[in-house]
Design a protein around this ligand. Sequence first.
Ligand code: OOB
Length: 549
Amino acid sequence: MLAGCTPWPAEAAARYRAAGHWTGETLGAFLRERARRFAGRTAVVAGDTRWTYADLDGRADALATGLAGLGIAAGDRVVVQLPNVAEVIEVAFALYRLGALPVYALPAHRRSEIEYLCAFTGAVALVVADVHAGFDHRAMAAEVRGAVEGLRHVVVAGDAGDADGRTALADLRADRPDPAVLADPDPGDVAFFQLSGGTTGLPKLIPRTHDDYLYSVRASADICELGPGTVYLGALPIVHNFPMSSPGFLGVLHAGGAVVLAPDPGPGTCLPLIEAERVTITAVVPPVALLWLDAVAGGSQAHRDLSSLRVLQVGGAKFGAEAARRVRPVLGCTLQQVFGMAEGLVNYTRLDDPEDVIVTTQGRPISADDEIRVVDDADRPVAPGETGHLLTRGPYTIRGYYAAPEHNARAFTPDGFYRTGDVVRRTPEGGLVVEGRAKDQINRGGEKVAAEEIENHILAHPGVHDAAVVAMPDVFLGERTCAYVIARGTAPARSELLGFLRGRGLAGYKIPDRVEFVPEFPATGVGKVSRRELRRAITAELARRADTS
Ligand code: OOB
């Protein structure tokens, strides 16, 4: 196993193999097999691009050869920051076939996150789009390259411009792929890194192996009843774990179906695509589901023929029962709630669950070998049906973050259970209901913000003495971010502070939605900042304003 990663104990690994969960299949190899079986069928659709399985397979080999020509080899880390363009799938498989390890950044990340990821993983290359959503990723990549020693290459999907040191992805595709560059990675070893939503000052990296990930992919594809007739719409950024593997584009390619990529999740983009491509299943976060429901129920998309759509997956944040109940009557499809995490465990409501279960629970685990514990603050199991902290361990849940021994000692129990930070209740049928969260994270409609990370950025401002970032309720996103700040001397203007944060190169979704200057923070019994009290204060303040408006 890669240095800095925590393997499963030999006994557990043997059990997962014996149970048939870990099959020895690798990410690069499964596509090869599918390309044989489904050669002429459509694999990927994005804008005007349409690739068959044979096209995708050939492109992955051609690009792998070109990347090898740059000196990228097995074990090298490559930070991949691409929006939903066809190339993101090509790049992923090219890297898997080289045995190089993609580190998947989100399209919304900016210089601060990308630079950290490149430096922390010792990446040799960074793959970016040219311009996406009005942001020039090439310029950002140039800055990152200047700052990170060892980052040798910037590869651009699209127009590389004429600056030095950037390579256009299109120029890398070799005319004649060289099979000698292709590696045969160990299925038990790390295949790539996902990012944790995080609770700490710096994002954590999640190492996923071929064996563990493909188990979750295959099992998810089964649960969602995917097959060669499946047409999946990738509406969310498909490098995120949900649209990548739950069952996501990998599950669809594993089943021989077609993946249609949407450039953004808005109803004006996605609902016409569902109609035109006869999409059968897609995945969104709750705020997007709300927009789609409103657009179809008497809104701008009311005329769409959505009869092909069988399943709408909603996850990443809690989907309220009221909204959940509208999905079947408005969209004419089955809702599937998905409660998952990039660290592993994924829960689904099953397609044939009674409507009440689908609407009021966040599903049950993928696997009979997912171990679930619901415990109190002292790690003791709570009584059945009571609310407690969710701990989990299983065949596709990591045993440790990459190169983070101190954090791992807190984030995992001594016997290897991952502390999810989620507060849940189990139903008698084994379903989970998410009741809250005990981690210092804000869930902004599925986009996760680690309080400590933002606090550190705010603290870098010379006019700030202390900062505490908490969630505040929001009807649309579920939560937004409120930064409580104690000024040093005269308080900086809010706009100046927010401009300062943007200037530090932070992803836009991490910029606080609200800033409150206060003379001091409420304290807990032991003198720590009471975030609970701050959350309560901002919730009360918002309620008071709503009353008077
Ligand atoms: C997914 O993955 P991450 O890593 O971005 O975030 C995981 C966290 C969970 O620990 C939980 O706090 C929250 O997101 N969450 C939900 C939820 N789904 C995720 N909270 C309430 N209800 C839900 N349905 O978000 C993710 C990964 C794979 C599949 C689906 C979502």
